[in-house]
Write a protein that binds this ligand. Structure first.
Ligand code: OFO
Length: 183
């Protein structure tokens, strides 16, 4: 009896997405190491936490593939690429990385829609929402550094930003999640 509930193409695409999430994790890890080596402990802490979040995303997909009876294929993770050249460049790279990942998630959503695989479509909505949060978070960081002077940001401003990032929440609060009780 056939117990696999994923089409071969969607199973492959989800496996590929697992690798993309692992790749994102490696990118955050490498940027975190870059920031730490330059004395930006708070930025490093934020990026390391985010590396873990990306790994959790990978695990979430892995568990879903297994749950649907398809095969998980753990593939090689591409290298994270070059180090940022500045704090601004770091956040710009983070933002671009999140946009690329959003595009990949949208492709998966489209596939599930075309295949009328509503279980996968429903599963992927969590990622659609997550990407909105992550893009907002990255954009907020980019705004902060731009206000601080971008490439010309002074050391004391970078110091404050670094200190704030240490305790910054991992998720951005979105307008659509606001309620009358919790505006
Ligand atoms: Fe997995 O959310 Fe960012 O990339």
């Amino acid at each position: 009896m056939e117990t696999n509930r994923l089409s071969p193409s969607l199973a492959q695409a989800l496996n590929d997405q697992m690798t993309k999430e692992a790749h994102a994790s490696q990118i955050y890890l490498s940027y975190g190491a870059w920031a730490d080596a330059r004395g930006y402990d708070g930025i490093a802490n934020f990026l390391f936490r985010h590396a873990q979040e990306e790994r959790n995303h990978m695990m979430k997909i892995l568990e879903y593939i297994l749950e649907r009876g398809a095969r998980v294929k753990v593939a090689a993770i591409p290298a994270p690429g070059t180090d940022p050249t500045s704090v601004q460049d770091c956040f710009e790279k983070v933002f671009k990385q999140e946009i690329d990942n959003t595009k990949a998630i949208y492709t998966l959503v489209k596939m599930s829609l075309t295949e009328e695989d509503w279980a996968s479509w429903n599963f992927l909505q969590w990622f659609v929402k997550e990407q909105v949060e992550e893009e907002t978070l990255a954009l907020n960081l980019l705004d902060k550094i731009k206000i601080a002077g971008g490439e010309k940001a002074k050391d004391d401003v970078l110091y404050t930003l670094d200190r704030d990032l240490k305790t910054m929440p991992d998720d951005a609060s979105l307008a659509e999640n606001a309620t009358a009780e919790k505006p």
